[in-house]
Write a protein that binds this ligand. Structure first.
Ligand SMILES: Nc1ncnc2c1ncn2[C@@H]1O[C@H](COP(=O)(O)OP(=O)(O)OP(=O)(O)O)[C@@H](O)[C@H]1O
Length: 955
């Protein structure tokens, strides 16, 4: 027998093993029992599931009642109530009849336009049908792209779109389909690349829609034709993390070099992105990449903000990537608003701090006991609970510690001792020191460092420490207050997003989820984490829920204590799996179609060799669309993309063997072009970290107020100029631009022996009216009494003399007309008003008409006239507002009269009169200015009339 090539032998064996494995799985799942057995399992399960569904219905009922009681709705209630309103009560699931409200709306809307129609769910679809008109040609217009339906988790139903898509193409009567095939967004090579991949991976079997000629992206923006791009090919970068074969000499050589195996996967990738980005942005030796600017219709240097990094999920990787990119000196922005307080390590530490503050709080205490800091399990916790079932948990814990002598009680006592020490430390020392002491003594800081995403977790713990330090730097003290402060931050959604130092507007590289990127476009798109496994939680639970197939559970035999999947469980599982994969294909499609000019896909894999072996099975497959069974086995985007690219002439780097000539030319020589690089993880181990070092040094110098080097004289000048800058309108910014006359008067007031503070404040009109219930109380403030007097003077006719009794009657009239409250009317000094009418001035007023009362005015005055010490520019103006009590026109100059209700108790000497005049001089001079400037009238006299003491004084 001729010698057989070992490699080929292994290959054949691998293929056979793969099929054997698949076969075994099939037989295990479906043929380990006969049909009767399967049916029997499901029949036995039936009553249990029925009971469960009854329970769920009851729960729903109770839940709805509670919601109604509390008058709250959730988002899906909104949709469902809306549907209820629009649907006539006689509707059945098969015949939905519009209600009168829906009829009404149908009349109202001429056109109903729906964008992103592919993301509609059945409820929304029914609502749309109910409000649109179906009488003649119809008025419902829907736009969408089913390949971009990525909201399955919100019950989007791409089937609705697909059904119309097919139906309208064949039946012009029911609707018209317009294909918007041209793509104006992207360069030709980006589109060709996307087409090449999707033609192979998307069809009705896996993907729910076929990627046929109608679906393909057609290059239409020919502006790009004349604008060359330096590195136009879409790229696939694969980082291989496979450990090199044991080689002691290499290990010695590497010495202290950072071992790439210590780097997080996300960190490795981030370094790959950073390397690319640095290349594009350029430096002293490299020209920056050019991108096309839509505004100017020309090319310009690429900026950070032209680049986006898309991730399927932001949850675990994004914070690490942000941190690593920063280390590499690349400004990034990622929306990481959530996550800090949700991070388990932060929760545990906060629980511990709460327990230290007050151990009689069950939830924080038990959280700490269960956390790795103490490490108790449910069993132990229940034992402790049993020691004292009625009290708070802390009492139970202490009792258990006292009474028992087992290993658990040792654990308990150790914890109680530590807690006692921490409690003392929290009272005596700095909080931040306590936090650090806890990290050190419990080893929790090191522990989280060993968890997945350890670097980020440690950063979170450090952030808590920093937060405590800066809290103590303010004048606040104490653990309780700190916890309240943190709680308030949490309540107000002020999460400690460390990455939020930069805002969205700035020139930074964005990191976002593919879902967020929907509808957006960027010149350069990096799709990261291509080998992250799809989320399988949807169909890996012991019970499954499918929107059409309903509920499926594993078979459970409580007696034998066994559980295994039923046939129906398998059916639902397969349906969910298929749908989830279809959704993933569409998410990938959204990602690829965000790029305008350049597309880079990055993945890092545990073993490139294994991936190759998997893809290689497609290397000689002759059809465009890859076999469904192969695609269905994909665990990541990379699996799909790798299998698709392996048959292209540009992708030697992916193959273990030369490109098979059996592959049809259309596939092999497809016009798309590809740059593939496979790099080993070790290449990223020692990336230049000088940027970080420099930044750290700078930061340190700045924090310590030490000079930093300025090697650029231009820069030095600019900094000096900026630091010396003085805002030209500072004075204006520090004084009010709008003032009331009363305020100005108060500021410039000269206190005299007659003016107690209260006296002075008599004339401040109340800034806010006293609330109604207080106005009705007996005590009226001096200001309110003054206002009441002014109200009477505003309304009382001047054309005659008034006696006190008549005034009394007049005031009652005001009460009846609801101009005055009775309580306010009771404070009116009618005698004093009667006395006013005895004055010469009142006699003159009786002869004169018109007389203007309560005249409001606004007047702009130069600031220096208003503010005695004004230092600012002379152009600055202040807006003055005031109300003139009484203005009396007179031929030889107008008269201003201002009523005063001050209590002038002292004997009225000349000196007292002088002081009173002085007090109001500023105010009246401003009135004079107002009258002269606004009314253009000369002012001959200005009087103050003091009701108390019937004093008329000329100013
Ligand atoms: N007729 C056109 N001529 C030139 N450019 C166009 C034209 N139509 C659209 N564009 C440009 O193409 C890009 C994509 O357009 P638009 O965002 O409307 O597409 P879309 O179908 O909504 O994309 P998607 O659904 O993939 O997010 C935009 O930059 C837009 O300015």
């Amino acid at each position: 027998m001729p010698e057989c090539n070992e490699d080929k032998k292994k290959k054949v064996r691998d293929i056979r093993d793969a099929y054997k494995k698949a076969w075994n799985k099939l037989t295990k799942n479906y043929f380990s029992r006969n049909l009767q057995g399967h049916v029997q399992d499901m029949q036995e399960l039936e009553p249990v599931i029925k009971q469960l569904s009854e329970l769920v219905k009851m729960y729903r009922q109770r839940f709805s009642e509670l919601k109604r009681e509390k008058a709250v709705m959730d988002f899906s209630d909104l949709e469902h109530y809306c549907l209820q309103l629009l649907m006539d009560e006689s509707s059945t699931p098969d015949a939905i009849i519009p209600s009168s409200i829906a009829d009404n709306l149908q009349q109202q809307f001429q056109e109903v336009l729906v964008d992103e129609y592919q993301d509609t769910n059945l409820v929304q679809e029914t609502i749309l049908q109910l409000v649109s008109d179906h009488s003649q040609s119809g008025n419902l217009f829907m736009v969408g792209d089913v390949k971009q339906s990525i909201y399955r988790f919100r019950h989007a139903e791409p089937g609705l779109f697909i059904e119309k898509y097919k139906h309208f193409a064949n039946d012009e009567e029911s609707g018209r389909r317009i294909d918007l095939a041209s793509n104006f967004r992207s360069r030709e090579l980006v589109l060709a690349g996307t087409n090449y991949i999707f033609r192979q991976i998307m069809d009705e079997k896996v993907g729910e829609i076929s990627y046929d000629k109608d679906a393909e992206l057609i290059y239409a923006n020919h502006v790009y034709d004349d604008q060359l791009y330096d590195m136009p090919n879409p790229e696939l970068i694969i980082i291989d993390r496979e450990k090199p074969e044991e080689d002691t000499s290499a290990e010695e050589e590497s010495g202290e070099e950072e071992n790439y195996l210590d780097l997080e996967k996300a960190q490795l990738e981030a370094r790959a992105y950073a390397q690319k980005i640095k290349q594009w942005i350029g430096d002293a030796t490299h020209k920056p990449q050019q991108v096309f600017d839509k505004e100017t219709q020309t090319q310009r240097d690429v900026q950070y903000r032209d680049i986006v990094i898309l991730m399927r999920s932001m949850k675990n990787w994004a914070p690490i990537i942000v941190e690593e990119m920063k280390k590499q000196g690349i400004p990034v922005y990622a929306e990481l608003s959530t996550g800090y307080f949700a991070a388990i390590e932060v929760k545990v530490m906060l629980s511990l701090l709460k327990t230290i503050d007050n151990p009689r709080q069950d939830i924080p205490l038990v959280s700490v006991l269960k956390s790795p800091i103490v490490g108790m399990n449910e069993e132990e916790l229940s034992q402790i609970r049993l020691a004292n079932p009625k009290s708070v948990f802390y009492d139970a814990l202490k009792k258990y510690g006292r009474q028992q002598t087992d290993t658990l009680s040792e654990k308990v006592n150790r914890f109680l001792e530590n807690l006692q020490r921490y409690r003392e430390a929290s009272r005596n020392g700095a909080l931040s020191e306590l936090i650090w002491q806890i990290y050190r003594e419990t080893g929790y800081y090191d522990f989280v460092g060993g968890m997945p995403g350890g670097k980020q977790r440690q950063a979170n713990l450090r952030a808590l420490y920093d937060r405590a330090r800066s809290y103590e730097a303010s004048s606040f003290r104490g653990l309780f207050r700190f916890l309240r402060f943190i709680e308030r931050m949490e309540e107000n959604d002020q999460d400690l997003g460390a990455a939020k130092a930069l805002s969205e507007q700035e020139d930074v590289v964005r990191i976002m989820s593919i879902h967020t990127s929907k509808g957006l476009e960027y010149p350069i798109v990096i799709i990261g984490a291509m080998d992250k496994e799809f989320n399988e939680s949807d169909w890996k639970k012991p019970y499954l829920l499918h929107k059409n197939m309903g509920f499926a559970s594993k078979y459970i035999d409580p007696d034998k204590r066994i559980t295994y999947p039923t046939l129906y469980y398998h059916a639902v599982k397969n349906a969910l799996k298929r749908e989830a994969l279809a959704e993933e294909l569409r998410v990938l499609y959204v990602a690829l179609t965000r790029a305008k000019e350049k597309l880079v896909m990055v993945a890092n894999v545990a073993s490139f060799e294994k991936k190759q072996a998997k893809w290689q099975r497609m290397a000689s497959y002759g059809e465009w669309v890859l076999p469904a069974y192969h695609r269905a086995k994909s665990r990541s985007y990379l699996d799909l993309v790798g299998s698709a690219l392996i048959r292209h002439q540009d992708t030697d780097a992916l193959r273990t063997e030369p490109l098979s000539q059996q592959i049809p030319e259309v596939i092999r020589l497809d016009p798309s072009c590809w740059d593939i690089s496979v790099l080993h993880g070790s290449e990223f181990a020692n990336l230049d970290e000088t940027a970080e070092d420099e930044n750290m040094q700078l930061q340190e110098s700045i924090q310590n107020w030490q000079p930093v080097p300025a090697d650029d004289s231009q820069l030095e000048k600019m900094v000096a100029h900026r630091l010396a800058f003085r805002y030209p309108f500072r004075e204006a910014a520090e004084s009010r631009a709008k003032q009331t006359v009363t305020e100005i008067k108060r500021q410039q007031e000269i206190k005299d022996e007659f003016s107690s503070d209260q006296f002075v404040s008599n004339f401040q009109p109340p800034i806010v009216k006293r609330p109604a219930f207080m106005q009705r109380e007996r005590t009226f403030s001096a200001a309110e009494k003054g206002t009441a007097m002014h109200t009477v003077m505003q309304h009382i006719p001047f054309n005659r003399q008034w006696q006190a009794a008549e005034i009394e009657e007049f005031v009652q009239g005001l009460v009846e007309r609801e101009i005055l409250l009775q309580e306010a009317a009771d404070t009116i000094d009618t005698e004093a008003i009667a006395k006013f009418f005895e004055t010469e001035l009142a006699a003159y007023m009786a002869e004169t008409s018109p007389i203007y009362r309560e005249v409001p005015f606004s007047l702009a005055l130069p600031a220096e006239e208003v503010y005695a010490n004004w230092q600012g520019t002379s152009e600055e103006h202040v807006l003055i507002q005031g109300v003139l009590d009484c203005v009396i026109p007179k031929e030889d100059g107008w008269i201003i009269l201002d009523y005063k209700t001050d209590n002038v108790s002292a004997e009225v000497t000349e000196q007292v009169k002088e002081k009173l005049v002085k007090r109001y001089e500023v105010q009246l001079q401003l009135y004079r200015k107002a009258l002269q400037q606004i009314w253009q009238q000369p002012v001959a006299h200005m009087y103050l009339y003091f009701f108390s003491g019937q004093l008329l004084l000329e100013v």
